[in-house]
Design a protein around this ligand. Structure first.
Ligand SMILES: Nc1nc2c(ncn2[C@@H]2O[C@H](COP(=O)(O)OP(=O)(O)OP(=O)(O)O)[C@@H](O)[C@H]2O)c(=O)[nH]1
Ligand SMILES: [Mg+2]
Length: 371
């Protein structure tokens, strides 16, 4: 899973990256103007089930699932002109599975807001518009060429190009009325016909409202009221935390998890931002976890919800998917509750499943294959 952090300069993207990864990439008070460099981090996904499996199997290797974060340097300050998204930035963004828009809601006099006043809703709308304009420019460029192509092509290729033109024209209308493609419902066929594109406003979007240290324990902050309404209406998932405090928590956690816990308790923070972000990313991208277990290795894998056992096998190796015979499956809870795989098997809780089986969150799977 790859997640891209976007947002205005100095909205706190790098701070969020550090808070989520426990890293220490450079944060700064002023936006560096022509900086297009990106920070990357790989975050291990904490999972109590895996902790138990590791204790139980004492494997040689324990491999958690991971999420990759990329923090691209500041986007333009709400000018909403498409040329302001640099090609470098766009190419970094096109590769991610989901976008996280870090929105400034914190007060900090030493960090000037690029547009003056703090206004989370305005910033969210401006950034949305940038994504929309970037997509619109892709659609326009394609539409300008497609008629020629239709003339040249024959048979099914021709009708495919005609369908693509029809869909892109409807995208054009949708985007022109300043709506993100996230809110455009597609049929499975339509989805197929635009597979080659990577539209930014179509990517699942999460908003991180970066709130002030002084707002920590307050629920329903007035500064976020309008933003959360807007998020609902645009198919956006919103979470909030104070990135600066969370970065301190993450750094404490690197040294001494107990100290981090005490600090959180003292501040009334129930869940660390790392866990919030990871959970939201799983929800947003409709991902679940399955495990492969044994004395050699305990490993967590991420998989799209409703994916089949054969697709799960493909996560591990394409050969295992190709030579798939059966999957031996036990729910994590069965293994945990009965004290191990064999014990679960004795109770009849290890099932043999075929290719089409829909993998459930927490399944422990042993694939049988033949290559
Ligand atoms: N008071 C306060 N300051 C914060 C918070 N989050 C970020 N900051 C400060 O805001 C400044 C910018 O934070 P960064 O994380 O570097 O922001 P950025 O979005 O990565 O900035 P660019 O990479 O320049 O676009 C730093 O000085 C941070 O310490 C917060 O929650 N509260
Ligand atoms: Mg930064």
């Amino acid at each position: 899973m790859k997640v891209g952090l976007i947002g205005l300069p100095t909205s706190g993207k790098t701070t969020v990256l550090n808070a989520t990864s426990g890293g220490s990439a450079e944060v700064r008070n002023f936006a560096a103007v022509a900086d297009t460099s990106a920070n990357f981090a790989v975050v291990s996904v904490p999972d109590e089930r895996q902790d138990w499996l590791r204790e139980h199997y004492k494997p040689k290797k324990n491999v958690p699932a991971t999420i990759e974060l990329v923090d691209v340097a500041g986007m333009s300050s709400g000018g909403a002109k498409k040329e302001e998204l640099s090609p470098q930035l766009l190419s970094n963004l096109r590769q991610v599975d989901a976008l996280v828009n870090v929105i400034r809601a914190f007060e900090n006099e030493s960090v000037p807001h690029p547009s003056g006043a703090i206004d989370p809703l305005r910033d969210a709308q401006n950034l949305e518009l940038e994504l929309i304009l970037a997509d619109l420019s892709v659609v326009e460029k394609r539409l300008a060429k497609i008629d020629q192509e239709i003339l040249r092509k024959k048979g099914t290729d021709k009708s495919k190009a005609e369908e693509e033109k029809d869909l892109l024209s409807r995208f054009n209308d949708h985007l022109s009325s300043e709506k993100a493609l996230r809110t455009f419902e597609l049929t499975a066929d339509e989805m197929q016909s635009i597979r080659g594109y990577t539209f930014l406003s179509q990517k699942p979007l999460m908003i991180v409202a970066n709130i002030s240290e002084s707002d920590l324990e307050k629920e329903d902050l007035p500064v976020l009221a309008k933003l959360s309404e807007w998020a609902k209406s645009t198919g956006t998932l919103m979470i909030s935390f104070c990135a600066k405090v969370e970065m301190e928590i993450a750094q404490l956690n690197n040294n001494d998890p107990n100290e981090a816990k005490e600090f959180m308790d003292a501040l009334g923070i129930k869940e660390a931002s790392r866990d919030k972000v990871i959970r939201a990313a799983y929800t947003l991208l409709k991902q679940i976890a399955f495990f492969t277990v044994g004395e050699d290795e305990v490993r967590a894998w991420t998989l799209t919800r409703d994916a089949s056992a054969q697709e799960a096998a493909g996560k591990i190796h394409s050969d295992i998917a190709r030579g798939f015979i059966r999957a031996e499956v036990a729910a994590y809870s069965a293994i945990h509750d009965h004290g191990g795989w064999n014990q679960a098997k004795d109770k009849g809780l290890v099932r043999l499943e075929g290719k089409e089986y829909k993998v459930q969150d927490g399944d422990c799977i042993n694939f049988r294959f033949n290559i």
